[in-house]
Design a binder for this molecule. Structure first.
Ligand code: MLT
Length: 386
């Protein structure tokens, strides 16, 4: 390769979703095809059991904080954690039609309209602090669970979120544990995942933080991206209905082959970057095996993991025959008692907005010695359709 040239672009790479084209630097995380996600160089298996706030500190500051530093960071954020009553009132009057992510994106715009400061760093910190209440308010409103109680950030990041969710029934310690794990593994996935890329592209036109996050969330809402966690759960449920609770590996293998032969989709496999099982999925599979081994959906999800990969590996055209994160998270949320799949993508958004906001701060205020990256403006080649 020529000096200074990172990548030679060939014509057959045009119209392939910018797959693998280097376009920037990411200071928060990286996704290696074989090792998966690292947060500031730390594998996800190493950070999975930390406090959410410790991991957010790591992503925001680029290093692990001491106990005192994290405590101080948490204290600073706690002053920003509550939305204005006016903002909550507007969220509570959003239409209930459409997918729940529409309301989530609209709520982010509303917060920006009423509480936005027009300063990327300030709005990033506000977003980190307010997201649990925004997400809880949207879910409470859409589900008809009533008004959202005051934010209590001193309870802990996800403990506070679960406290604000007005869902009926008991909220178990297991549910909080699963919500914490879900939140931690979804913060960031390097710079090129669709929602992050869109958020940064919109911010490159100098749209403020909240509007950029809202745009990012409309990108996350798509079934090929964040809504895959809802669709995957529906798929596991469908397989459970078809094969039954006592299905064997052989039954699941046959069912997968049947679906593929009939051109039906097998959900939860493959990733644009990864060429191994998504290590975030591994964290969730291990959790499921340990905590919910007898839950029918878990049994099916585990069989799909092994049999799906086995069958897909037979096709040399499939570059990543392994399960991704979405294959298992919905199943574990169900097992833990959050039985509302229509809000699973909001949980993804509640987490992912944090990584996106921090990446936007980098691109707007720190990149290129503080000049920031220019407006995104890739080249499209002209081609006649006739
Ligand atoms: C993500 O977490 O954003 C997804 O795995 C998609 C991606 O990385 O492209």
């Amino acid at each position: 390769m020529r000096d200074g040239v990172l990548f030679e672009i060939t014509k057959d790479q045009i119209e392939t979703g910018l797959r693998g084209f280097p376009v920037g630097y990411c200071v928060t995380s990286y996704v290696d095809a074989y090792k998966g996600l690292t947060y500031v160089g730390r594998p996800i298996s190493e950070v999975q059991n930390k406090e959410p706030m410790e991991v957010i500190y790591l992503l925001y500051h680029g290093e692990m904080g001491s106990k005192e530093q994290v405590r101080q960071f948490e204290k600073d954020l706690s002053h920003r954690a509550s939305c204005k009553p006016e903002t909550l009132r507007h969220i509570e009057s959003l239409p209930k039609s459409g997918h729940s992510m529409d309301a989530f994106a609209a709520a982010l715009l509303l917060v920006g309209m009423i509480e936005g400061k027009g300063d990327y760093r300030e709005d990033c910190l506000d977003a980190i602090a307010k997201l649990p209440q925004i997400a809880a308010a949207v879910i409470n409103h859409l589900a008809g669970w009533g008004p959202t109680p005051p934010s209590k950030p001193e309870m802990g990041y996800m403990e506070n979120f679960v406290h604000m969710l007005q869902m009926p029934g008991k909220k178990s310690a297991e549910l909080i544990q699963v919500m914490r794990l879900f939140n931690i593994v979804h913060y960031d996935h390097c710079g090129g995942n669709l929602s992050t890329f869109v958020g940064k592209a919109v911010a490159s036109g100098l749209e403020p933080m909240w509007g950029s996050l809202a745009a990012a969330m409309t990108a996350l809402a798509g079934p090929r991206h964040g809504r895959a966690n809802q669709d995957c759960l529906e798929f596991v449920q469908q397989v459970l209905d078809e094969a039954g609770e006592s299905a064997t590996a052989n039954d699941i293998e046959k069912l997968i082959r049947h679906k593929l032969e009939n051109n039906q989709l097998v959900f939860g496999f493959g990733h644009a970057v990864l060429r191994v099982e998504d290590p975030r999925a591994t964290v969730f599979y291990n959790y499921a095996q340990k905590h919910f081994p007898h839950y029918p959906l878990v049994k099916i999800a585990l069989l799909l993991r092994s049999e799906g990969s086995r069958v897909l590996k037979e096709n040399p055209k499939i570059s990543d025959p392994y399960p991704n994160i979405d294959a298992i998270t919905g199943t574990v949320l169900m097992a833990a008692g959050f039985t509302y799949p229509e809000y699973y993508t909001i949980l993804f958004g509640l987490s992912r907005c944090i990584g996106i906001a921090i990446q936007i701060v980098y691109e707007r205020l720190e990149a290129r010695k503080g000049k920031g990256t220019p407006i995104v403006r890739p080249l499209y080649l002209y081609k006649s359709r006739i």
